[in-house]
Design a protein around this ligand. Structure first.
Ligand SMILES: O=C[C@H](O)COP(=O)(O)O
Length: 261
């Protein structure tokens, strides 16, 4: 059954690829355009901030968006090293990943800060992809829903139903990131459904059904079809496997195959 929401397949390159390597990737993707260009999915590349503009330029005439992996609060000013939503937007990004567990863990980002950033992204015309998910211990203790509700509550407080179509949530169980482990497709679906139900309780059905919910964590060409077949999973946030063009092309194709089945 094809879903009403347009799938979003997002590559998060994290701290990988020089500007030159990023451009080589973009060129190869363009060379292979006939393999993916007509597939009905939004393709998103989130390179390092250094490569964002150049990759966006290279892909400008193709249906691929570019996004940032983070933003800093503020618009402009004396903030050494910071990158605001406004600057990121002006560099050609349409999306920004926020609250990734690596930002929460290594940079001390709190639920409140992620909520502030999400609001700012939307105000500056960027679509936020807000990452949520439990760690291994929380998973073992059956706390997944509670953790995600805690992470999302301040975000939803700052947003309103009019933001729904521009708001993306990525469910990324921390124990699945970069480990090769994945939840069962049914478990991932259950969590995605829970996320949508939580939004529905606050914003009502129409808005909740417009929000895209992605799955992330060890997604690969071999398992992506199983996630695509789930009714509440609208795409994937892909780390390691997205670093190779061939994988990316295969994943877009697999998604489409499973989605229309
Ligand atoms: O943002 C992407 C996620 O952290 C998943 O990374 P991974 O696909 O390497 O497990």
């Amino acid at each position: 059954m094809q879903k009403a929401r347009r799938p979003l397949l997002a590559a998060n390159w994290k701290m990988y690829k020089s500007v030159a390597d990023s451009l080589n990737y973009a060129e190869e993707l363009v060379r292979r355009a006939d393999e993916w260009v007509d597939l009905p999915a939004d393709l998103l590349i989130c390179p390092t901030a250094l490569a964002l503009w150049a990759v966006g330029q290279k892909l400008a005439s193709y249906p691929v968006r570019v996004g940032a992996q983070n933003l800093d609060l503020g618009t402009e000013g004396a903030m050494t090293g910071a990158l605001s939503a406004r600057l990121i937007r002006a560099a050609g990004a349409q999306y920004v990943i926020l609250g990734h567990s690596e930002r929460r863990q290594h940079f001390g980002e709190t639920d409140r800060l992620v909520a502030e950033k999400t609001r700012q992204a939307l105000d500056e015309g960027l679509m936020p992809i807000v990452c949520v998910g439990e760690n291994d211990q929380e998973n073992q203790q059956g706390l997944t829903t509670r953790v995600i509700q805690r992470q999302l509550a301040p975000v939803l407080e700052k947003l309103s139903p009019v933001d729904a179509a521009s708001f993306v949530v990525a469910y990324e169980p921390i124990w699945a990131i970069g480990t090769g482990k994945v939840p069962t497709y049914e478990d991932a679906q259950r969590v995605a459904q829970d996320i949508r139900q939580g939004i529905l309780r606050q914003w009502g059905e129409e808005a909740a059904s417009a929000v895209r919910v992605l799955y992330g964590g060890s997604v690969s060409p071999d398992n992506i079809g199983g996630f695509a077949a789930q009714p509440d999973i609208d795409g994937a946030l892909i780390g390691g496997a997205s670093l190779k063009v061939d994988n990316m092309v295969r994943m877009v194709q697999q998604w489409q195959e499973a989605d229309k089945a």
